[in-house]
Design a protein around this ligand. Structure first.
Ligand code: FAD
Ligand code: SF4
Length: 458
């Protein structure tokens, strides 16, 4: 039994901090087969049970080990419509890889990189899943084109429904497109995975904000069922003095300017600049904070991640945290901003306080408590707040009849049905922020519920 993983080749640190190209270089076919051959083919594999979309990990890994890449692709696609994406961004260490039997004696199988290898291989070789769609007349609207909208649309089309996506932005993909940077998730991969929707016959209406340039009532009139998956794009702020100063960004704004508006290609290819100072403070320690910090670093800033708890409690994916620190992001734990100071309308410094950890709070993590008398001031010229997001409000305010839950998201029952018959909701719009794979899973559950609803109705 080979205890160590086949090493993943990566762009050298000294190169990658000057570009936005993908950091891991991916497995070659030989490397993928060698990694897959490490799998023990457990009699009761725990890996599958820990995948929110129930990918048959044991089967697709075996197919790779036997060099049957097309079969592996078909196995993956039965549960996950976007393997190239999920393989790159899922927090595998808390899911399939976290419970892999090999992890008890060595390193778990690199399931994520095997998944993206197969997804990429299929794209490069124009391999497509065999489809046999029996058309049905019922029309379903999907509001939002993030992971939950994608998986729901795919499953509904496979059942034969006529599916139309409404997307507020000029590109589809949700956070995959506008939030996660190129060096983690190249946009040509997102575009190619989304191309699958069009091949299936899903209609995508871009630049259509439901609640603004098309009303929710019009959608209810026109369609037999609706899936709402508008995500959680409204940033939370710390609500400390000085947040109105120039140089303070929400991570969402900073990442949208970078990824969707391509500020990193200014001025050569895009006319959309971004202002980033020389010393940047990013507040938070989740994936969003890491993404913002790694972008700021690539813009040439000395970048500090300020977190009120410690590394142990930081919610970011392990790989992302490691990459950020390797690249030179300075991680500073047990510290919290209390005031942003400015000069001539621009950020000049932060007032900070040191923290200590107390008893666990309702999240199960130890509660950070300010250490009295430890306040200090430090110079920064840009502050990026990455402390979480809330479900998009515009839609909720204008969609009459939907109930809001305690997280500010849409209230649903166990089948993801809202209180309006035939209207379902899922993804970050109900949870207020989770993971790509959870959103994919909820999209699939909603598709199943919509199928049941329409089948019983007729
Ligand atoms: P979204 O992806 O948010 O998509 C919602 C879509 O709805 C958007 O395209 C939006 O424009 C559209 N929309 C909103 N309102 C309207 C309207 N009124 N009309 C029409 N369209 C509308 N998760 C991971 O698992 N791994 C990671 O590494 C990871 N990194 C992340 C990094 C960042 C920067 C962010 C922000 C999130 C990250 N996440 C990660 C979380 C993950 O991306 C989300 O949980 C997931 O994208 C949620 O999917 P969704 O389909 O619910 O919503
Ligand atoms: Fe293979 Fe690990 Fe799954 Fe066992 S738990 S089948 S070793 S991937």
């Amino acid at each position: 039994m080979e205890k160590k993983r086949v090493p993943m080749r990566e762009q050298p640190v000294e190169d990658r901090i000057h570009n936005f190209d993908e950091v891991p270089l991916g497995f070659s076919a030989e490397e993928a087969v060698a990694e897959a051959k490490r799998c023990l083919q457990c009699a009761n594999p725990p890996c599958m049970g820990h995948c929110p979309v129930l990918v048959d990990v044991k089967k697709f890994v075996k197919e790779i080990a036997e060099h049957r890449f097309k079969d592996a692709y078909e196995t993956l696609k039965t549960s996950n419509p976007i393997p190239s994406i999920a393989g790159r961004v899922c927090p595998q260490e808390n899911q399939c890889e976290g419970v892999c039997t090999l992890g008890r004696v060595g390193e778990p199988i690199n399931i994520g990189k095997l998944e993206s290898f197969i997804g990429d291989w299929a794209m490069d070789n124009d391999v497509e899943e065999p489809l046999d769609i029996v058309e049905r007349p019922e029309k379903v609207a999907v509001i939002g084109s993030g992971p939950s909208g994608i998986s729901c649309s795919v499953d509904l089309r496979k059942h034969g429904y006529q599916v139309t996506i409404y997307e507020a932005l000029h590109k589809s993909g949700g956070v995959l497109q506008y939030g996660i940077p190129e060096f983690r998730l190249p946009k040509h991969i997102v575009d190619r995975e989304l191309g699958y929707l069009e091949k299936l016959g899903v209609a995508i209406n871009l630049n259509r904000i439901v609640g603004l340039n098309v009303s929710f009532e019009e959608i209810l009139d026109e369609f037999d069922s609706v899936f709402v998956c508008t995500g959680a794009g409204a940033p939370r702020f710390m609500r400390i003095p000085g947040e109105e100063l120039n140089g303070v960004y929400s991570a969402n704004e900073f990442l949208i300017r970078t990824n969707l508006m391509k500020a990193y290609m200014f001025p050569e290819e895009y006319d959309t600049p971004i202002v980033v100072g020389r010393r940047v403070a990013v507040i938070g320690a989740g994936n969003v904070a890491m993404d913002a910090a790694r972008c700021a670093l690539r813009y040439g800033a000395e970048t500090h991640l300020l977190y009120r708890r410690t590394r142990t409690e930081a919610p970011a994916r392990a790989e992302e945290f490691e990459h950020a620190v390797q690249e030179g992001v300075i991680f500073r734990e047990l510290v919290n901003p209390i005031k942003i100071n400015g000069r001539d309308g621009w950020v000049e410094s932060l007032d900070l306080v040191r923290m200590v950890l107390g008893e666990p709070d309702i999240s199960g993590r130890r509660r950070p408590i300010p250490f009295k008398g430890s306040e200090f001031r430090e110079k920064f010229d840009t502050v990026i707040e990455a402390i979480g997001t809330l479900p998009n409000r515009l839609f909720l305010e204008r969609a009459e009849g939907l109930e809001v839950n305690k997280w500010g998201g849409i209230q649903v029952d166990k089948n993801l049905q809202t209180r309006i018959p035939g209207v379902f909701a899922g993804g970050d719009s109900i949870s207020g922020g989770a993971t790509v794979i959870q959103a994919l899973g909820e999209g699939r559950t909603a598709a199943q519920s919509i199928h049941m609803y329409l089948s019983c109705k007729n």
